[in-house]
Design a protein around this ligand. Structure first.
Ligand code: OSB
Ligand code: MG
Length: 368
């Protein structure tokens, strides 16, 4: 497979509601979308970095410059037998895993199409549909939170995750738990707490949460390991895990008992699979996180979620929650708490050019 050209777009995608987390309010996403071309086939992937470095360090402008100036010229014109060969070309670079993941994931889509196989089959997936939960932003009141959670439970979501921050944690959790006693419930702090807030986190132990996601710093494993023995509720790491090395250290230290895996955060499907195999060896359950992706990123996430150890419901909720008009033709909608895996070769979804052109703000082509 010889890569002939690449097209990189930056899309401006308005979200249907304001999604509030401890680090800010998201109203739109600037989505870098990469297409790799080889021999008449195309592979697609999107970047999940924000415009500003609020979740991790990477940014959209930084990724675009790195892709245009380094990553794409390095891979174009090369004959690449498989994703491992591509990974070798990207391996010398440190960090920048979301940018590297765009190239890696687009190549997987292209390679799977070249082999005429669905991506899940190449990755080693074992299920035709994946269990799905939903991530709910910070609401105006506890009542509004309970109402929203109830509506989503009625839509079949198998787990509800509430965004929390210091001063807005036990109140919404208590309200949702009272309304939905049997719900699989979790919280996500996006690094808003420190060890000084241990008492506030211990107060959450009363509500049978499946896990508390990323309470402490985005780059910290040691404090999470110190916190875990002080809680009954398992800790789940998101931001802190960027590689299989991070995951090994986290599990060895006891910093997490659950892992949220975002393929685009860890550099792509190969690294995701290494982390998957590691968690399986440790007997630690994992699930597939989301970054408010368009259908392209969601399709990658769904294919990856078919691997055996994705045994907890993931954040691959329905596309129609976020988008009036997704950039793909196929509807990615939850049915009875399950997301069907898109069928066909590669990621199994196709771009809708009319929508795509309408939301494209920048577009550049790089030739081999
Ligand atoms: O921490 O899981 C997170 C969205 C943007 C940035 C960080 C996170 C999230 C989510 C996932 O909670 C929401 C989704 O993709 O549906
Ligand atoms: Mg998270």
């Amino acid at each position: 497979l010889t890569l002939d050209s690449a097209e990189l777009r930056v899309l401006d995608m308005p979200i249907r509601f304001a999604f509030e987390t401890s680090f800010g309010v998201m109203r739109r996403r600037y989505v870098p979308l990469l297409t790799l071309r080889a021999g008449g086939l195309e592979g697609h992937a999107e970047g999940v970095m924000d415009h500003l470095p609020l979740y991790r360090e990477e940014t959209v402008p930084g990724a675009v410059a790195f892709l245009e100036g380094q990553l794409l010229p390095r891979v174009l014109g090369r004959s690449l037998a498989n994703p491992e060969a591509l990974a070798q070309l990207l391996a010398p670079y440190r960090g920048n895993r979301m940018a590297r993941a765009m190239v890696e994931m687009a190549f997987w889509d292209l390679w799977a199409k070249h082999l005429d196989l669905p991506l899940w089959q190449l990755l080693g997936g074992v299920r035709p549909a994946v269990p799905v939960g939903v991530s709910l932003g910070i609401q105006r009141s506890a009542e509004a939170t309970a109402e929203l959670a109830t509506a989503h439970a009625e839509q079949g979501y198998q787990r509800i995750k509430l965004k929390i921050k210091p001063g807005w944690d036990e109140v919404p959790v208590a309200a949702v738990r009272a309304a939905l006693p049997d719900l699989q419930l979790t919280v996500d702090a996006n690094s808003a707490y420190t060890l000084a807030d241990t008492a506030a986190l211990q107060a959450l132990d009363a509500y049978r949460l499946r896990y508390i996601e990323q309470p402490l710093a985005f780059d910290d494993l040691v404090d999470h390991a110190a916190l875990q023995p002080l809680l009954r509720t398992p800790l789940c790491l998101d931001e802190s895990i960027t590689s299989v090395h991070d995951a090994r250290k986290a599990l060895t230290l006891g910093a997490a008992r659950v892992i949220n895996l975002k393929v685009a955060r860890v550099g792509g499907h190969l690294e995701a699979r290494h982390i998957h195999d590691l968690t399986l060896a440790f007997g630690v359950p994992m699930w597939c996180g989301g970054m408010v992706e368009t259908g392209v990123g969601r399709a990658h996430n769904i294919h990856l979620s078919t691997l055996p150890n994705f045994c907890l419901p993931g954040d691959t909720s329905s596309a129609s929650r976020y988008w009036d008009h997704d950039i793909i033709h196929e509807p990615l909608e939850v049915q009875g708490g399950l997301m069907p895996v898109p069928e066909g070769p590669g990621i199994g979804v196709t771009l809708n050019p009319a929508v795509l052109d309408r939301v494209t703000r920048h577009r550049l082509t790089v030739q081999a």
